[in-house]
Design a protein around this ligand. Structure first.
Ligand code: F6R
Length: 613
């Protein structure tokens, strides 16, 4: 949602903070700011700017600030419009305390009114300013910044990752976490805080991953971690294995394009070591989902948000089709408030790239409270969902920086294939012969994705032809319909084009009224047994003047005959097509966004990690 970075050491903090903020900009990009302790002035100096980190950088160029302690923030607005004044860091009234915050303080109005009645004046519309003022209020009483932070945390309700510095304590910063990601980076003679590893990867790979209700007091040579009872606790150092290149664009115009092109490797990494050496099943990192456990499960529930949800729907479709266990599905924001029918005989699959999505996290917590078995399928190692779920299957996609999810989806779908095969084999629902056939086809997926990616120039030409589209329909049946939902989401979020995914057979029950001459319809038809049905729906829209772009199986002569344009995917087992059919859709959305002049990696109004409701 927002990005936080902090530094204490011997370097000038400002470039460290700016570089970190640039890496975190995908988390929020409507304003940015830094607060640095200036030794010359003996003051904490703040610089903030509406808009991108670049604006802040320009401002700092005109008004340089120097210091060896600082905190920085890139914002995705929740309270108050994006503006210089609402940007973080926020100061307390006397300028004593500066705070950066990711999350939402739910009782801030109540606290604000109390502080106002005591004479505190507020300048912003944010909840975060209340935290700075509250800390100062306690600091004035006790004279110790750590004590003041603990006392403030006792009064605050809501979610937070906080970075705090204080004018009177220029040797330290304080970090606190509840329901928002925050790590402490451990350097030599310098230490950091960050919302995620990408911000500080240049300096260190050693981290403490803060848990909820932990407070860290960070000096340049020491880090002390406490629980809310103020007892010091010891933590294991977690060493990150990402390479720096993984968090760089490496010559691509955008992270999204780079991540699309990384998919052959991502799928191959997810398949490596997953098949048992004797070819009789799938190995899932010691996840406890064997024959005995499966016997106790009578229902599976898929919960997730956005793209991760669509990956989950692929899992639902396949498990029901192959294993014949009923699978319910809900977007996490509905699941958590609907009193879902789950109990100790339910397996909940929670899917999340970031592992921090607030709704998915709450769904996991609810499922656990009800005694359900929770398996999280997560990309970010050590994230909150990964830690809180009973079991976790990591998707190994590497850092996904572009806001629009691409390679994480492919990794999640691959995980769904593996999970389906695993459950099918453990419950005796799949023959060894069929398993081996699918396994063979899965091993070909990376080269099939490469073959599709080599058609990127063709997709780019489609963009040039269809760039004038105002409404786009995606239609398909069965698994293809799920692919359509993901394709339509991608086009909306980065091309800002209105688009509707529709089950092809449902079109004639209303939405076909919206088809007019030149409406673009993207037809996905990879399922042989449904092909003629989908084709007849395509003929219906063509008859009403629509332009049709089809994604179909290699060699389909009818596609060539009826579509205005088409892109073929290599032939594969029918259950595996979602992974392949989605790739041209990603490319199409990408080129449309570029063609329309949009900021592909940081689309308007969006943030990568949605850690608020
Ligand atoms: C779409 C997209 C979002 C996320 C959703 C869930 O491209 O990125 O729809 O998929 O916000 O995020 P995670 O997977 O981090 O839980």
């Amino acid at each position: 949602m927002c990005g936080i970075v902090g530094y204490v050491g011997d370097r000038n903090a400002v470039p460290v903070l700016l570089q970190g903020l640039k890496k975190l900009e995908y988390r929020g990009y409507d304003s940015a700011g830094v607060a640095v302790y200036s030794e010359t002035d003996g003051e904490v100096v703040v610089c903030k700017a509406k808009g991108r980190v670049e604006n802040l950088e320009n401002k700092l160029y005109d008004h340089p600030v120097k210091g060896r302690l600082g905190i920085g923030h890139t914002r995705w607005a929740t309270h108050g419009v994006p503006s210089d004044v609402n940007a973080h860091p926020h100061f307390s009234s006397s300028g004593e305390v500066a705070v950066v915050h990711n999350g939402i303080i739910e009782n801030y109005m109540e606290i604000k009114e109390i502080l106002q009645s005591k004479g505190y004046e507020f300048v912003s519309e944010t909840d975060t300013e209340t935290v700075a003022q509250l800390i100062e209020y306690y600091y004035n009483d006790c004279g110790d910044i750590t004590d003041a932070v603990f006392r403030a945390l006792e009064k605050i309700d809501g979610s937070y990752a906080l970075g705090i510095i204080c004018r009177d304590f220029p040797d330290r910063m304080i970090a606190a976490k509840k329901n928002g990601p925050l790590i402490v980076g451990l350097g030599e003679g310098e230490n950091f805080i960050a919302s995620d590893m990408t911000a500080i990867l240049k300096y260190t790979r050693n981290t403490y991953v803060l848990e909820d209700d932990e407070v860290a007091v960070i000096y340049k040579d020491d880090v002390k971690i406490f629980n809310l009872d103020r007892q010091e606790i010891s933590k294991e150092v977690y060493v990150v294995n990402w390479s720096i290149e993984a968090a760089e664009k490496s010559g691509y115009d955008h992270f999204m394009l780079k991540e699309i092109f990384e998919q052959p490797k991502v799928v191959s990494d997810n398949l490596n070591h997953r098949f048992k050496a004797d070819g009789t099943g799938v190995y899932l990192d010691g996840i406890k989902l064997d024959r005995e456990v499966l016997k106790s499960i009578n229902k599976i529930y898929v919960v997730a948000c956005g793209t991760a949800y669509y990956a989950g729907l692929v899992g639902k479709f396949l498990i029901e089709k192959i294993v014949r266990i009923p699978v319910n599905s809900d977007v996490a924001s509905e699941f958590r408030y609907k009193d879902p029918l789950i109990d100790e005989n339910t397996l909940v699959l929670a899917i999340s790239q970031s592992g921090e999505t607030a709704d998915t996290l709450e769904a996991v917590r609810l499922a656990k409270r009800r005694g359900a078995k929770v398996l999280a399928i997560v990309n970010v190692v050590g994230s909150t969902i990964a830690r809180e779920a009973g079991d976790v299957l990591y998707t190994m996609a590497g850092p996904e920086i572009s806001v629009a999810s691409t390679k994480a989806f492919s990794a999640q779908v691959t995980a769904m294939f593996l999970l389906t095969l695993h459950i099918a084999m453990e419950s005796g629902r799949m023959s060894l012969e069929e398993f081996r056939e699918i396994k063979h086809e899965m091993e070909l997926l990376p080269s099939h994705i490469n073959a599709i990616l080599s058609q990127a120039p063709i997709v780019k030409r489609f963009m040039e032809k269809y760039i004038d589209s105002k409404n786009v329909f995606y239609i398909g049946r069965g698994l293809d319909y799920i692919v359509c939902r993901e394709g339509s989401l991608k086009l909306k979020e980065i091309a800002y084009l209105h688009s509707e995914p529709y089950a092809a057979g449902e079109l004639k029950h209303g939405p076909i009224a919206l088809i007019e001459p030149s409406t673009l319809v993207i037809g996905v038809a990879t399922q042989q047994e449904l092909f003629t049905k989908t084709l007849s729906n395509i003929k219906e829209v063509k008859a009403r003047g629509a332009r049709v772009l089809m994604i179909a199986m290699e060699g389909s002569t009818e596609t060539k005959e009826f579509a205005d344009d088409y892109i073929f995917i290599p032939r594969t087992h029918p259950i595996l097509t979602p992974l392949l059919a989605n790739i041209p859709q990603q490319l199409f959305a990408y080129y449309m966004a570029v063609g329309l002049g949009n900021d592909v990696d940081k689309p308007r109004n969006l943030a990568k990690s949605v850690t608020v409701e």
